[in-house]
Write a protein that binds this ligand. Structure first.
Ligand code: ZN
Length: 190
């Protein structure tokens, strides 16, 4: 799938909205991204997962790992497409940890998958947790990179589509200055 096709799928399912938004962080943005709205369709999730998997067919990936909750669906689909195992990390007292009896073998070849990379923070934390357990992290991947390619996670990283998203403090927001009302998308009823 081409980058444009991914973006089109996101727009069709309203997982990607353009306008004037208040993000959870309180910042204002001209783009709102909610990957769950495309991933709620298993057929789309499967196709996107296969697309990420295709980039790693020759890497002999044994296990795919994702940070919960955002990475769960897409990570699982990538693992399915690769015939690999799938596990996840989750937060416990602020720390990203492996729970539920999941374990990693020394040298295990792993791919870390997220839905969207913004700063790369949760991917980095997941990689560190797995490396502490002895894993060999081959690469990281996401559906969307909203860092314009800038986020660094310490291993090779790919994304199916890259966005250049502007998030600003309300005080300096151009749309606010034009008097356009800002929308909080999560609260919208359908
Ligand atoms: Zn604004």
């Amino acid at each position: 799938m081409k980058s444009e096709e991914i973006i089109r799928k996101f727009k069709e399912t309203e997982a990607l909205l353009e306008g004037h938004f208040v993000l959870t962080s309180g910042l204002h943005s001209d783009v709102y991204l909610q990957c769950a709205l495309v991933l709620q369709h298993p057929r789309e999730a499967e196709a996107i997962g296969r697309d990420i998997a295709d980039r790693f067919r020759r890497e002999n990936i044994q296990t795919v790992a994702s940070p919960a909750i955002g990475g769960l669906i897409i990570g699982h689909e990538v693992a399915r497409a690769l015939g690999a195992r799938f596990i996840w990390t989750e937060r416990e007292n602020g720390q990203m940890v492996l729970r539920r009896g999941f374990s990693v073998s020394p040298g295990e070849r792993m791919l870390v998958v997220e839905d969207v990379v913004t700063t790369g923070g949760s991917t980095r934390e997941t990689i560190a947790t797995l490396q502490d357990s002895g894993a060999n992290i081959i690469a990281a991947a996401s559906i969307i990179d909203r860092s314009s390619g800038k986020a660094s996670v310490g291993v090779p990283r790919i994304a199916l589509a890259t966005l250049d998203v502007l998030s600003v403090e309300p005080a300096v927001c151009e749309a606010c200055k034009r008097g356009e009302p800002a929308v909080k998308p999560g609260s919208r009823k359908k």
